[in-house]
Design a protein around this ligand. Structure first.
Ligand SMILES: [Zn+2]
Length: 252
């Protein structure tokens, strides 16, 4: 079975506005962003044999540009979205989208200018923090589009929503590349609250479980923590997990 056949049951492609399904499959297939047959501790502390590493995609700006364009078309074609004053993303992968999308939406805002602003992230976990990068601001009553590469637990999105609220801004929409939190209560709550203003290009059905129920822990399979991955090389290889383990052992 080739890689694309292996990942196809996990990936649900939602309504597309400018890309076609082949673009998405090609992106995932070429980048090998979904790591199979591993043993990972996710940020939520759950364990999984699967990991989605967006850096495998974002190292290719042409893919980032395609994803941004797709989210821009979503904003433009879903006319319920108010004109966007600000696009907010964390200073990780979300930053590329905030920059790209704000540039594309420029002119659609009430005052004719769309800004990109960035939230700081926790250096270890990569999670957004309730603080804007120095010098950036969201003004009262501004319409803010929140963007990010993915959500797993919804916690990062909730932090960004709070950040907008604290500044007196209004969340105009939430646009993501991937939603890995389809079974997470907080993500489901946000989807219900924002309905069609919450959009992910793909949904990922990648099961995760508590550490105490983990069969992989039971057989002492070496584990890679999601925080560690940020410090490891990006592999576009089906054997990524084994390469990470090799690298981690070398470092230790
Ligand atoms: Zn485990």
């Amino acid at each position: 079975m080739d890689y694309r056949q292996k990942i196809s049951p996990m990936v649900k492609i939602n309504h597309l506005y400018s890309l076609n399904e082949d673009d998405i499959w090609e992106m995932l297939d070429f980048s090998k962003a979904i790591i199979l047959d591993g043993h990972f501790e996710l940020l939520c502390k759950k364990h999984s044999e699967l990991f989605f590493r967006f850096a495998a995609i974002s190292q290719y700006p042409s893919y980032v540009a395609k994803i941004s364009k797709e989210l821009v078309e979503w904003v433009k074609q879903e006319k319920f979205l108010p004109s966007i004053d600000v696009v907010l993303g964390p200073t990780s992968h979300g930053m590329f989208f905030a920059y790209d999308i704000a540039r594309e939406l420029n002119g659609a805002a009430k005052n004719g200018v769309t800004r990109a602003v960035y939230a700081t992230i926790d250096k270890e976990t990569g999670c957004p923090q309730n603080e804007l990068a120095k010098g950036f601001e969201i003004k009262p009553n501004e319409n803010v589009l929140i963007v990010n590469d993915m959500t797993t637990t919804g916690n990062g999105l909730q932090t960004l929503i709070k950040l907008v609220g604290n500044a007196g801004g209004k969340v105009a929409g939430i646009g993501l590349f991937a939603n890995r939190g389809i079974n997470e209560e907080l993500v489901k709550k946000l989807q219900k609250e924002y309905t069609s203003k919450f959009h992910s290009i793909i949904d990922l059905d990648m099961p995760a479980w508590g550490a105490t129920d983990c069969k992989l822990c039971g057989i002492n399979s070496p584990i890679v923590k999601s925080g560690e991955i940020n410090h490891l090389p990006i592999y576009n290889d089906e054997r990524s997990y084994h390469l990470y383990i090799k690298k981690l052992k070398k470092v230790a």
